[in-house]
Write a protein that binds this ligand. Sequence first.
Ligand code: AMP
Length: 255
Amino acid sequence: MAALRVLVGVKRVIDYAVKVRVAAGGGGVQTQGVKHSLNPFCEIALEEAVRLRERGAAAEVVAVSVGTRACQETLRTALALGADRAVLVEAGEGAAPGPREAAAALAGLVGRLRPQLVLLGKQAIDDDCNQTGQLLAAMLDWPQGTFASRVELEAGAVRVEREVDGGLERLRLRLPAVLTADLRLNEPRYATLPNIMKAKKKPLEVVAASELWGSPPAPPRLRVLKLEEPPARGGGRRVEDVASLLQELKQSGRI
Ligand code: AMP
């Protein structure tokens, strides 16, 4: 068990505090000059992997991001948060790998690095897909524990607690396995200045996505047709009492 390697998928996304705007033409969102960060659920996945290593249950934590060169910044953050090394799977400028492309690249990397555990976030906050972990488990034919809120490693297996409607579900998965992190799994640490400095010296390898996807890569099956801003909110107004509120709601056809 001491030699267990954990691979953590970390996605670069628009920072959660940024107000996202639709780009001209409606084909996407504005990304130029917009603050990007490590997807919050990936931070939780990474924190769990680092804690497993700190407890001696895992030997190495490798962070991987699939995307453009800009993802190196995300990977440096992951290294500052405790990953031992990082891999950028470079998909070329303008490429926006979706869950299928990300899962295919991760599956290729699993073939090379042979981790016993892959930890991902339950969802990326930009596309809200919640698909990559499930797709990866299917591609590898590995067991999956999604929405994990507690993870415990034991010899050759991992115990996972998941929050489901009306209670908790407990699973025991044989390793190797894919897990996705839920919000309550842990509270990620902050990167300290000394760790940010140390992260600059940790290894960051670049692999071309085409090497992992195979050539030619399968064309994406998903196309965003149009994005629209939600309608602007009309201002609020006070009414005298409940009776007038009900009357107004009836008059406006809302009830
Ligand atoms: P999604 O299926 O897009 O909601 O993403 C779920 C999780 O899959 C994320 O939290 C990441 O851990 C992983 N993931 C998705 N896309 C990428 C990517 N481009 N690079 C690295 N990890 C990714």
